[in-house]
Structures are given as structure tokens and as C-alpha cells.
Ligand binder design. Structure first.
Ligand SMILES: *Cc1c(COP(=O)(O)O)cnc(C)c1O
Length: 414
């Protein structure tokens, strides 16, 4: 047992009654007390620093998944940690019935660095999208009084796991067995202009879209289609909601991915990397939507606590102050170039796509074995659908780390 391993079992044993001695963090085969909602890999990661993770056996991994686009600044980033520790010493929680200075400051940073005017803080991506859907409906119903409620989304999209957001999601697999689902959602194939126009009714309140369908297979939306959707929304009085939960916070080479297209969505949503790993989500909107969320219309006990928003503040200050998005753009180009060079002509690889540091490697066969082999060789990557390898390194990744990851991947896929 190495030092890391000792620490992990000591903290497990400290607070537990029925943990048998020598059990290591979660990799044993005894029946777990957790719902089996995740098909977990047989690895328990117990320590992280920068682009690296260590398991409870002391093995080191190069992290090219970042907790699925959460740890954009790497693991345990110093500045965020300091802000959190400072806040832990001062105040953990107060009700949203009081002013929360960190929350005000975090919101101001978000609106100063985007076209949005107002922010609502929540705890997750699903909650941020839930808030967006509620705001869109309430704007049409309470402010305009036109009774609109339908939200159009796209096939292969992913918007979350609450009842409304799994209904918004354009994938059947997340809906099975959860009916009856809330009314008011319609789906169209991505890039199908005619189908989109046909789906619009006098009840259409909003169109919700990801600029890159991340869970759906790292599929960047064609700029011409983005502009078409944007114009359609403007012409027909429909709100445009952009789900930036995975693509936001510098991931694609801009602070928010819609900036690549020069559009300004009425509403957009953030979570994942917003707190650098501290759980927090946000829904941002333009000024004209403010009155739709009047006092008492929506809320969340934990939304924007002093601690969560200390993390948000430090995260945005770091990403903006250190020009992290520019760096992601540069490193993304380097990663793409290396992948194209090293995987060129490989019969398993059908395409390499993405933007900044969200990159998909489309394959001719399921990638589960490639991912497992990567873990054995010390590289963590994630899939995006069965046949796409998704790379989501820290935005502070170095060229040497990229070389290392590409060389491991190339040797596995060869
Ligand atoms: C992860 C994700 C969500 C859901 O976020 P949770 O925090 O898991 O609820 C929604 N939309 C997109 C695009 C995501 O990547």
C-alpha cells in the first residue's frame, strides 16, 4: 500500500461503521450501496493535480476528459482553491432571501464578459436548462400573454436528466420508462431547415440548441444553419436558447461557443466548468426577459451560495485574465494537427472534428475497448456515443502532454 492508498482508506474508515478493512475506494466487487446508474470503470481516482490524476493504487493518468469538460483549469487549480478556502473560513451558506456579495460579483463578471444582462444561479446543467425553459414559457405566457409554450430541440442533442430536460433531449435512450413526459417539446434533425420551419407553430416559445452537439458525437453545427436558426427566431418572435453547458467557459477557444458565430442568444446556460469542479450552474438572459422572472417565480436553496460563487468568480477571473480561451484555441489547433498527422490513413478513423479543446475522433467501430486500453496505458478519454472518442483535456494542457496523449492513442488505434 503506497501513501496515496493509505490516505484513501483512512478517510473511508474514519467515518464508516460497516466498511471492511483493506477495502480500496470503490473498486472491490462486493455489492455497492449505490444505485447502479453508472457503468463504472474499475478505477478509483483519489488525487488530481493539473492534467494528471492518480488512482488508489498510486497509478498516474494523463487526464483527457476533465470530468467531462468540468475541470477546464486542471485539477486543484491554485487560485480557485485559495478562493474556496478563504470563503470556507468566512461563510458557507445563507439563504437567497439575503444579498450574497459573491453572487452579485460573479453575475457581474458573467454579464461584463458577455452580451447577457441577468444571471440566475443554480446547481447543475439540467437545472440551468430547466430555468431557461421556464423563463421562455413564462415570458410568452406572463409578459406577452400569447400562451406559447413549445420548445423545439434537435435530434442527438443532450440537455439534462430532469423530466423537462430529458424530454428536451433529442435521444430516446434517456426517456425510456419515464413517461408520461411533460408536453410541449418537438424535435427536428440538425441542419434540416425545412423540418425546422415545419415544426414551428403558433405555440413555439423557443428553440434550444448546442453549438457543438457534445454528447451526441462532437458534431459542430454548420455556421449557415446557426445563422438560419438565429434569423428564424428573430423573424418569428421565438426565443433562442443556446446550451453552453459543455462548450462554455473557454472550451472551444472563445469564452462561449456562440461567439464563433457572431450571434447573441436570448438565453444561454452554463454549468460543468463554471466552478472549475465546484458544482454550480447558471442561466443567463437579455434584459427584456428580466420581468418574466419576478420575485417568487423561480428559486433554488443552494443556487449561488457564497462558496459556489467564490468558485465562479475565481474561475472567470482566471479564464478571462489569463486569456485561457485563446490558449485553448491554440492548443486545440495543435492537438488537431497532431491527431491528423498521427492518425492519417488509419482505416478505423473516419473523421476528426471539433473546436478548440473539444475534439471527436469518429471511428468505424465501438470505441469502448480503445478507452479501456487507454486507461491501462495511463490515458483517460471518454466516448461521445458508441463510435466517437471525445478528447476534453484541461485548457492549460501543454504541447508535450498533447504529444504524449496522441502517441498513446495512435499506438492503440494502430
Ligand atoms: C452535461 C450537460 C448537461 C447536463 O448537465 P448536468 O450538470 O449533468 O445536469 C446539459 N447539456 C449539456 C450540453 C451537457 O453537456
Amino acid at each position: 500500500m503506497n501513501d496515496l492508498n493509505k490516505q484513501a482508506s483512512a478517510s473511508v474508515l474514519d467515518g464508516a461503521i460497516s466498511v471492511s478493512a483493506g477495502k480500496s475506494g470503490g473498486t472491490d466487487s462486493a455489492k455497492s450501496s449505490l444505485f447502479p446508474t453508472y457503468a463504472r470503470y474499475p478505477l478509483a481516482l483519489v488525487k488530481g493535480e493539473g492534467s494528471y490524476l492518480w488512482d488508489d493504487q498510486g497509478n498516474k493518468y494523463l487526464d483527457f476528459m476533465s470530468g467531462i469538460a468540468v475541470t477546464n483549469l486542471g485539477h486543484s487549480p491554485k487560485r480557485i482553491k485559495e478562493a474556496l478556502v478563504k470563503q470556507l473560513d468566512e461563510l458557507w451558506h445563507v439563504s437567497n432571501l439575503f444579498h450574497i456579495p459573491n453572487q452579485e460579483a460573479a453575475a457581474k463578471l458573467l454579464t461584463d464578459n458577455s452580451h447577457a444582462d441577468q444571471v440566475f444561479f443554480c446547481n447543475s446543467g439540467a437545472e440551468a436548462n430547466e430555468a431557461a425553459i421556464k423563463l421562455a414559457r413564462r415570458y410568452h405566457q406572463k409578459v406577452l400573454g400569447n400562451g406559447r409554450y413549445e420548445v423545439i430541440t434537435f435530434e442527438k442533442s443532450f440537455h439534462g436528466r430532469t423530466l423537462a430536460t430529458l424530454t428536451a433531449t433529442g435521444q430516446e435512450k434517456v426517456k425510456e420508462g419515464f413517461g408520461p413526459l411533460p408536453e410541449g417539446f418537438r424535435y427536428v434533425p440538425l441542419h434540416d431547415k425545412a423540418a425546422l420551419e415545419a415544426a414551428i407553430t403558433d405555440k413555439t416559445a423557443a428553440i434550444m440548441i448546442e453549438m457543438i452537439q457534445a454528447e451526441g458525437g462532437v458534431i459542430p453545427v454548420d455556421p449557415a444553419f446557426v445563422h438560419f436558426v438565429n434569423k428564424l427566431c428573430k423573424d418569428r418572435g421565438i426565443l433562442l436558447i443556446v446550451d453552453e453547458i459543455q462548450t462554455g467557459m473557454g472550451r472551444t477557444g472563445k469564452l462561449f461557443s456562440f461567439e464563433h458565430y457572431g450571434i447573441e442568444p436570448d438565453i444561454f446556460t452554463l454549468a460543468k466548468a463554471l466552478g472549475s469542479g465546484f458544482p454550480v450552474g447558471a442561466m443567463l438572459a437579455k434584459d427584456f426577459l428580466t420581468e418574466a422572472f419576478s420575485a417568487g417565480s423561480h428559486g433554488s436553496t443552494f443556487g449561488g451560495t457564497p462558496i459556489a460563487t467564490a468558485a465562479v468568480k475565481a474561475t472567470i477571473e482566471t479564464i478571462v485574465g489569463d486569456r485561457v480561451a485563446d490558449r485553448a484555441a491554440e492548443m486545440g489547433e495543435y492537438l488537431m494537427k497532431q491527431l491528423r498527422e498521427k492518425l492519417a490513413g488509419n482505416p478505423v478513423v473516419t473523421g476528426i472534428r471539433g473546436k478548440g479543446l473539444i475534439v471527436g475522433i469518429a471511428c468505424t467501430k465501438p470505441v469502448a475497448d480503445i478507452i479501456k486500453e487507454g486507461q491501462k496505458r495511463g490515458l483517460l478519454v471518454v466516448s461521445a456515443g458508441p463510435e466517437v472518442i471525445r478528447l476534453l483535456p484541461s485548457l492549460l494542457i501543454t504541447p508535450a502532454e498533447i504529444d504524449q496523449a496522441v502517441s498513446i492513442l495512435a499506438s492503440i488505434i494502430a
